[in-house]
Write a protein that binds this ligand. Sequence first.
Ligand code: GUN
Length: 281
Amino acid sequence: MILIDGKKAAAELREELRKEVVELKNKHNKVPGLTVILIGDLTPSQIYVRNKEKSAKEVGLKSEVIKYPDSVEEKVILDKIDELNKDDTVSGILVQLPLPKHIDKQKIIEAINPSKDVDGFHPMNVGNLSSGYESSVPCTPLGCYLLIKKIEPNLSGKKAVIIGRSNLNGKPMTQLLLKENCTVTITHSRTKDLKAECLEADILVAAVGIPELVKEDWVKKDAIVIDVGINKTDKGIVGDVAFDEVSKSARAITPVPGGVGPMTIACLLKNTVECFKRSQL
Ligand code: GUN
């Protein structure tokens, strides 16, 4: 069994990006810039944003975090996004989710210039990804994809089963695996026999937010299992996969923590560098 080391893969990706940023700086006399907007004081969001800032600085990006209180008006955020859209030193803009209830998430996402949308959430990027054109790709599925490719470079004809149909994970993951010529099944809360579907998978991606849902007898021997779940339980943080059981039969599996999580942030940096490069063409 291969334990997929997301921390190591993320460190390798950051190192590649650090070298690339040095080259870009030499070539263009400027570095890619990432601006994160954080609204309110939710602890998980604060931790994510702090980690994003730290990693961005580590690879040499210009990094800025703009914080607003929970009570900020939507118009203030829309005006700031407009300003950042026009700012040449900003290559990528990320508005940390979730947002306070009085702010319209879709309006915020659509205000970001698609060429600076490092989350890949703008409908233009969603459409480009599903049409197979160049686009920003949401960071978590991109991280999963890179981990899968490290284990199995040729995915053509493989059966992939995804648990979860969110815009953040399940749907973009589907597009990435389709592009690799996988046969993809998307499952969700209304799927009739989830276990039977999972048993078909050469590649199983669990992104549903149910602690240890996937059991050993749900997984084909030699499957690659990617666990996107981060669930707080009495036992601490666990994934959507019962790791101790499933790791006995899987070909390869990501742990939680230390699997997909570290790759998500590294992919945000990758997206920022990609947005910068496209803006310099
Ligand atoms: N909150 C949790 N994950 C994400 C993400 O990938 N992007 C943004 N913008 N907010 C998040």
